[in-house]
Design a protein around this ligand. Structure first.
Ligand SMILES: Nc1nc2c(ncn2[C@@H]2O[C@H](COP(=O)(O)OP(=O)(O)OP(=O)(O)O)[C@@H](O)[C@H]2O)c(=O)[nH]1
Ligand SMILES: [Zn+2]
Length: 391
């Protein structure tokens, strides 16, 4: 629940009703203050296991003095039939609230459908805020939430996914991260850490320095690239959180790649793989490379296990494109986006990729990417066969 909120108007909900925004304060911002047409608003997804401190983080952001205009969407499930969600828009440090009521239902569909509707409604008020923060339910797969930014073309022109923040509970983190799921599935906590751009190790007041070191190492072994911050009551400098700016992060990927620790060689563990391959890829070849990994899932490691990619990020060089291109993937969805940065004439064009997932083999992935750039069919077919998808 949102502490900053002042009024809750309870209403019986029809299960078929779409979520609506009910403004409490009708104060309008001057038109000239609004972002111009074509300005996209960044969305940051806040995820983390049940009780890790997501809402505490949002409350902190909403009550802290700052001049940012932030819209917050809580995506929690309450008790009973009607689920109330609050949405607050902070204007120049001054808060006002609007209530957003979400339909109850199954977790996945509700997160997707209602989350989308919520943002669509929010976008009609475009200009009132500079950032959207979206809290997922503790057990939600943030991948599903992130996906909606790709599948909804209309929304895609108004907003973009800036990044994913995962809050980890210090006290129970290790327990959640090592929980075994039937059929060798990846547990939710690990999935959430694997997807994150920023990982908040919260509630550090509850554990010893030794336990904290262990948790930090575990988190780092799952996600070799994300920024790790340690907090109490989720309090941190807002600057880092709101300027996640994946583009900047990726443009500085080269220095980051040098700091990724070597992945441990444990079979079922999630690892972070990074590599660099010089040259230009044809766009269609790059698509085949990504689609085989994310969609067909027919790329195998040396033990014949299928590679499972949860998160993909990279900065690539496409043939005939003067600009650097960013590739971003979450589960099965991915996106290529031209940046405004051009390749310089005197520097070599190159491709830098980061993949987070299971059964990933760096050498094989790199060979495949070299084949993608050089169009060497023999190299390419050595690592997968088209009719051998493993699901
Ligand atoms: N000791 C301690 N407690 C904390 C800290 N941060 C949050 N809490 C408490 O942890 C509990 C859960 O915090 P929430 O922010 O509601 O967690 P959440 O992730 O939003 O929880 P769900 O939405 O239910 O998944 C609350 O009682 C908080 O007061 C911390 O740094 N230390
Ligand atoms: Zn919460």
């Amino acid at each position: 629940m949102l502490r900053a909120a002042v009024t809750v108007e309870e209403e019986e909900e029809d299960a078929e009703d779409c979520p609506v925004l009910v403004p409490i304060d009708t104060k309008q911002r001057a038109d000239e203050d609004r972002p111009g047409p074509g300005v996209k608003i960044p969305v940051t997804i806040i995820t983390g296991y049940l009780g890790a401190g997501k809402t505490t983080l949002l409350n902190y952001i909403l009550t802290e003095q700052h001049s940012k205009r932030i819209a917050v969407i809580l995506n929690e499930f309450g008790e009973g039939s009607a689920v109330e969600k609050s949405l607050a828009v902070s204007q120049g440090g001054e808060l006002y609230e609007e209530w957003l009521e979400l339909r109850n239902g199954c977790l996945c569909c509700s997160v997707k459908d209602n989350g989308l509707k919520a943002i669509e409604n929010l976008m009609q008020k475009k200009g009132k805020f500079d950032y959207i923060l979206l809290e997922t339910t503790g057990l939600a797969d943030p991948g599903a939430v992130a996906s909606m930014f790709w599948v909804d073309a209309e929304l895609g022109s108004d907003i973009y996914l800036d990044g994913i923040v995962t809050v980890v509970d210090s006290k129970y983190g290790i327990k959640h991260l090592t929980e075994e799921k039937p059929d060798g599935l990846i547990n939710e906590a690990t999935r959430q850490v694997a997807l994150a751009d920023i990982i908040l190790i919260n509630k550090t007041d509850l554990i010893s320095e030794e336990e904290l070191n262990k948790l930090r190492t575990t988190v780092r072994s799952i996600n070799g690239l994300g920024k790790i911050l340690e907090t109490q009551r989720s309090s941190l400098s807002l600057f880092g959180l709101l300027t996640l700016n994946l583009k900047v992060t990726l443009l500085s990927l080269q220095t980051k790649l040098q700091h990724v620790p070597a992945a441990p060689h444990l079979d079922q563990s999630i690892v972070t793989i990074t590599f660099e391959v010089p040259g230009n890829a044809k766009e269609e070849n790059l698509n085949v490379f990504i689609q085989n990994l994310l969609w067909e899932k027919n790329v195998r490691n040396q033990d014949e296990h299928c590679m499972e990619v949860i998160r993909l990020k990279g900065l690539v060089s496409l043939r005939d494109k003067p600009q650097q291109v960013i590739v971003q993937g979450v589960h099965e969805l991915y996106d290529l986006e031209e940046t405004s940065v051009s390749w310089k004439d005197d520097t070599e064009r190159t491709n830098r990729l980061v993949l987070i997932g299971r059964n990933l083999d760096k050498d094989i992935l790199k060979q495949l990417f070299i084949a993608t750039v050089t169009e060497t069919k023999k190299l390419w077919t050595a690592h997968f066969t088209e009719d051998q998808a493993c699901l």
